[in-house]
Design a protein around this ligand. Structure first.
Ligand SMILES: Nc1ncnc2c1ncn2[C@@H]1O[C@H](COP(=O)(O)OP(=O)(O)O)[C@@H](O)[C@H]1O
Ligand SMILES: [Mg+2]
Length: 571
């Protein structure tokens, strides 16, 4: 029987000592080492006498030549060579190369990982790191089968395979400037979760994710043949690509569905109401608040009502009265105009649907005609989710007011939260695109609903991912709940400062690189990895064309061709 032992690694140098800060080893490279093979971020190994192996990473590479820079050495050599000191630049043959390395892991003889804390003797031999040791040091023993791309600091092809539990339940923040590949990378992650069967929800303000429904790339044996996609949108605010979606939903060979969603007026809080109505006087605000509390006091939290039910209750009970009455009634019309609130004909119901009381158009009490209303879809969103299914909350309609968008999203997330607290949905991954719009610095109506997913979600089986091009404008509380970070190219100084704030340990060394990263390459840190690394994201298996940048000219290398193409468009 032939036992194939891993190929022995190549020796590259030996340890000279430690730097003054004592966290970095100084290594002299052997003469025969090709310098092209040595790159910052590369892994090296140092076998110890006790059978353990230390794993280190190269932080700096430099050439030294003390003979050249030191007058006395130089004179000594030039005298021996019988040359004048002026031509000392010929002393390049005395140049040698130094690398500095940081120790990142200790691997025992049995393959157990621990923190490196052994001292290293000067003279210890330093080797290139074997791929199997590297993978063990980076991914640990809990490595999963989630394939997001390739290891960016290796000339070979080491796949970045992660444990989806570690990536998903840890809180994931994806940052990068516009066009750095955030949404594309997030799409890769969603594809992977979906292949594991995990239901996902994407809050999509650009309408760029529904392309997940058309898978394009080659499929491995273990991959799904296609992804199941359901798009939800606020009633009366059709998604930006509605027509294309409608056509898609009629095709037989794709699993794509499209559904409008309505909200209950009772789902929004008074602060959300006030965010819409700037010109309310204090007494008017007070009356609205008192009505809101009055209903809760009288019937408990678990009641549903529409705008007429709300006004009817306030007017009947003398809370909304006097000169405030007409302006309040008029101002609340804003919400009716939004069009995504459910019409309950003035009824106030229990969540079960049984009607408590009803009001007519003039906010006068009317006799109940029916006994119940069907409210199943409001109290639970279970039907919106399914195994392997990607559910997209599309809030991309350009005419949709930004505050209305926030209210809609937060109400929906609250429903999802309620459904999870009832244990009707056991596991889900929630991705919020353009997160700075929903959780800006400071208080915002949407903050509380997202915060639950960041803080409590994990215990209930909900993972959270946030995507943003402006981390500096993002709420810090929620940011601090995200333990995993994927940072792509960042060019804005204020955003680099945030990256500096949130990257610790070895990852700090990537900060200088951030403005120069290639599209689709990012720094990944967090529980899914033992050591932060650069990841080159893999290609999407489904189309990403709806998020794609439209080229301004047809052929950047030829003005004539571009002009001809443009003329064709205009005639
Ligand atoms: N890894 C990648 N491979 C191929 N194309 C990519 C990759 N990442 C991004 N792109 C393309 O680059 C463009 C911008 O990417 P996108 O993810 O929309 O950027 P962002 O969300 O950061 O603004 C899109 O046209 C997208 O298709
Ligand atoms: Mg994007």
């Amino acid at each position: 029987m032939v036992i194939s032992l891993p190929k022995p690694a190549k020796k590259i140098g030996f340890v000279l000592g430690v730097t003054r800060e004592r966290d970095t080893l100084i290594v002299r490279l052997d003469e025969n080492v090709e310098h092209e093979d040595i790159v910052e971020g590369n892994f090296v190994s140092i076998p110890l006498a006790n059978g353990n192996t230390l794993i280190g990473r190269i932080t700096t590479i430099r050439a030294e030549n003390p003979q050249l820079s030191d007058e006395r050495y130089a004179k000594f050599w030039m005298d021996r060579l019988r040359k004048s000191l002026d031509s000392r630049s010929m002393l390049e043959f005395t140049e040698f190369h130094i690398i500095e390395i940081v120790l990142v892991s200790n691997i025992s003889f049995e393959g157990e990982l621990s923190t490196p804390n052994a001292w290293v003797s000067p003279g210890s031999m330093v080797f290139e790191c074997r791929d199997d040791l590297l993978e063990l040091a980076v991914f640990g023993k809990e490595r999963g089968a989630m394939e997001i791309g390739l290891f960016g600091e290796h000339s070979g092809e080491i796949p970045v395979n992660l444990n989806p539990n570690n990536l998903g339940s840890d809180g994931l923040a994806i940052f990068g400037s516009r066009g750095s590949g955030k949404s594309y990378a997030a799409g890769v992650i969603i594809e992977e979760f979906s292949e594991y069967g995990l239901p996902t929800l994407i809050v999509d303000p650009h309408g760029e994710y529904w392309g997940l429904s058309h898978a394009s790339g080659p499929k491995g044996e273990s991959s799904l043949p296609k992804y199941f996609v359901k798009v939800l949108y606020p009633n009366r605010y059709q998604p930006r690509y509605y027509k294309n979606m409608l056509a898609m939903s009629k095709k037989l060979d794709v699993n794509f569905s499209l559904e409008p969603v309505t909200m209950l007026f009772s789902e929004i809080s008074t602060s959300e109401m006030f965010s819409f109505m700037y010109d309310l006087s204090s007494p008017q605000k007070e009356k609205i608040e008192n009505t809101w509390y009055g209903i809760r006091e009288a019937f408990g939290f678990a009641v549903c009502y529409d705008i007429d039910g709300f006004l009817g209750y306030g007017i009947e009970n003398g809370i909304i009265d006097g000169s405030s009455r007409r302006p309040i009634v008029r101002k609340l019309e804003v919400f009716r105009k939004m069009g995504f609130f459910t019409v309950m004909n003035g009824a106030i119901c229990h969540q079960s649907g049984s009607i408590i009381q009803e009001y007519d158009n003039n906010h006068r009490r009317q006799e109940t005609t029916e006994k119940t209303k069907d409210l199943t879809n409001f109290t639970s969103v279970k039907n919106d989710f399914n195994v392997e299914q990607i559910t997209i909350l599309d809030v991309s309609q350009p005419g949709f007011d930004e505050r209305a968008r926030r209210i809609f999203v937060s109400s929906y997330l609250n429903r999802l939260r309620g459904t999870m607290e009832q244990k009707e949905i056991q596991r889900i991954f929630v991705l919020i695109e353009e997160a700075h719009r929903f959780i800006p610095i400071g208080e915002s109506p949407t903050k509380r609903s997202i915060e639950w997913f960041a803080r409590e979600g994990r215990k209930m089986g909900a993972g959270l991912g946030i995507v943003s091009q402006r981390p500096s404008g993002l709420d810090r509380d929620i940011l601090s709940q995200c333990n995993s970070k994927l940072i792509l190219r960042i060019t804005e100084q204020s955003d680099i400062l945030v990256a500096k704030d949130i990257l610790a340990g070895f990852a700090e060394r990537y900060i200088g690189l951030l403005p120069y990263l290639e599209r689709g390459t990012g720094v990944l840190t967090g529980a899914a990895l033992r050591i932060p690394i650069l990841v080159k994201f893999r290609e999407r298996k489904s189309t990403s064309k709806y998020g794609e940048t439209v080229s301004l000219v047809a052929d950047p290398t030829s003005k004539v061709k571009s002009r001809t193409a443009e003329k064709k468009e205009w005639t």
